[in-house]
Design a protein around this ligand. Structure first.
Ligand SMILES: Nc1nc2c(ncn2[C@@H]2O[C@H](COP(=O)(O)OP(=O)(O)OP(=O)(O)O)[C@@H](O)[C@H]2O)c(=O)[nH]1
Ligand SMILES: [Mg+2]
Ligand SMILES: [Zn+2]
Length: 305
């Protein structure tokens, strides 16, 4: 009887699945019954059982049930591509300055997380660049609507212990625009990781990745980072425009109060979201982000103007 082991799928390249276990990594194939059951739908982050054969090769025998997944929806192909399985949270990394926070992008990342029912934490790096106590107002609004906002500084190490414990034992999508300090944070937090951190970066989206679904990086604390091939992965093109308001968490209790059940919260009379924007209960910049995503979602569905 061959040994049966359990491990986590780190990567898939040219028919080979790299599996991480406490005892090391194994390169496995997917054949027989497991292949018929799972097809090519095994994703990074999946927990699998596999057997090691006498000739030294390894073979996945079963894919264990997923508790979550991060997927990209293709309207054209009418199917979804699972980018990573069993994701626990999204960490959206931005910097106080150089580059200035891109609020539209942040709102898009948060919306993707919400639609996948994944908790999101906002990492605000480069706190050393703050003058006085100038935390951007936009970020304050995120804490008010229930997002964890963690200030960090890769230069001084501030906030990195907290971030590290947040990543322990969890699968985290660690993402954000180029230049905000993602690699610097990871290197400062986990120097042993240095070689592997090179894979985390927007530039790697061009050509360097052998897989379109990204890869998983094991962390010393037992967690994993999902290295996606770039921020462009977090698009909302597959979303039903009618569902979009639910991706803005502070809109949720309001949408039921709109006069029209099919309100798009754009210019309709009796819109509770618009009323909340008008009297300051909802931040205007969040509504602007919503409208931009709504337009894109409608365009993708061919609604026109
Ligand atoms: N002042 C200051 N600079 C920082 C901090 N963290 C990173 N930097 C600088 O910001 C620049 C970009 O840092 P990276 O770690 O390469 O950023 P990244 O997010 O990994 O960027 P990509 O790999 O392109 O996605 C570098 O010059 C860093 O030295 C910080 O906390 N404070
Ligand atoms: Mg980087
Ligand atoms: Zn409305």
């Amino acid at each position: 009887m061959p040994d049966l082991l359990t491990g986590r799928v780190l990567q898939f390249t040219a028919g080979v699945y790299r599996i991480h276990t406490p005892g090391g990594t194994f390169d496995c194939s997917l054949r027989g019954r497991a292949k018929r059951d799972a097809g090519e739908r095994v994703a990074v982050g999946d927990l699998v059982t596999f057997e090691t054969l006498e000739d030294g090769s390894c073979r996945i025998t079963e894919v264990l049930p997923r508790h979550s997944r991060l997927a990209r929806h293709s309207l054209a192909k009418r199917r979804e591509q699972v980018l990573a399985a069993n994701v626990d949270q999204v960490a959206a990394v931005f910097s106080l300055s150089r580059p200035d926070p891109d609020v539209r992008l942040l709102d898009r990342l948060l919306a993707v997380a919400e639609l996948h029912q994944l908790p999101a934490v906002i990492i605000m790096n480069k706190t050393d660049l703050a003058d006085g106590n100038s935390v951007p107002l936009e970020y304050m609004a995120y804490a008010e609507i229930g997002y964890a906002v963690l200030p960090t500084c890769a230069k001084t190490g501030a906030g990195l212990a907290e971030l590290r414990s947040l990543l322990d034992d969890r699968i985290t999508v660690f993402t954000g625009p180029s230049g905000v300090g993602k690699s610097s944070i990871l290197n400062a937090m986990m120097p042993d990781l240095e070689l592997r951190v090179g894979a985390v970066g927007e530039r790697s989206g061009k050509g360097k990745h052998t897989t379109s679904a990204g890869l998983l990086i094991p962390l010393p604390g037992g967690g994993y980072l999902v290295d996606t091939p770039g921020i462009q992965y977090f698009e909302l093109t597959g979303v039903d425009p009618a569902d979009l308001a639910h991706a803005f968490r502070e809109f949720r209790p309001l949408v039921e109060l709109c006069r029209f059940a099919d309100c798009r919260h754009r210019a309709e009379p009796g819109c509770a979201v618009m009323e909340a924007v008008a009297d300051g209960r909802v931040a205007e910049h969040r509504h602007v982000s919503y409208l931009a995503l709504l337009e894109a979602a409608e365009e993708a569905r061919g609604y026109g103007g």
